[in-house]
Design a protein. Structure first.
Length: 153
């Protein structure tokens, strides 16, 4: 059974009854747009990843520290604390600084890309390229063989 629990604005998908729970990599999605967030969850779940979602920067930090996911996807334009600020906080916290962080955004400008590099973000992916690139990026950071570039996944 698939259930959602909400705590402090954070959604946690309960997949405890799935056999893959212990072996599936967990991805935290920090995205304020509920439709886009749900699309990401569906896409990642369909490719064997467990997902945790937060709708703003503060809840994203809370979820990262509490849940210790294997990878974090952050939108830049989120409420409470923008994506750059979330990345800075994540990378300076020894508890979670080792977790790969992927920025997934529609902002395609040099300033944001350079700032992300300075923040030690692991990947910067444009939402327009999400279908072709995101699963490949996750596979590279998580060491999975679930997705191969060119497959529909």
């Amino acid at each position: 059974m698939d259930k959602k629990y909400m705590k402090n604005g954070m959604f946690i998908r309960d997949t405890s009854d799935l056999a893959t729970k212990r072996t599936a990599k967990r991805v935290l999605i920090v995205e304020d747009n509920p439709t886009y967030r749900r699309l990401l969850e569906i896409r990642l779940n369909a490719n064997g990843y467990d997902t945790i979602a937060a709708e703003d920067g503060i809840n994203g930090l809370y979820a990262a520290k509490k849940e210790k996911p294997d990878l974090i996807i952050v939108d830049l334009m989120i409420p409470e604390m923008d994506g750059h600020e979330v990345c800075r906080e994540l990378k300076k916290d020894p508890e979670v600084s080792h977790i790969p962080v992927v920025i997934l955004t529609c902002r395609n400008n040099t300033e944001d890309v350079e700032l992300a590099r300075k923040e030690h973000v692991d990947a910067y992916v444009l939402k327009s390229m999400m279908s072709e690139v995101l699963l490949d990026v996750l596979s590279r950071f998580l060491g999975d063989k679930k997705y191969r570039p060119g497959s529909d996944g």
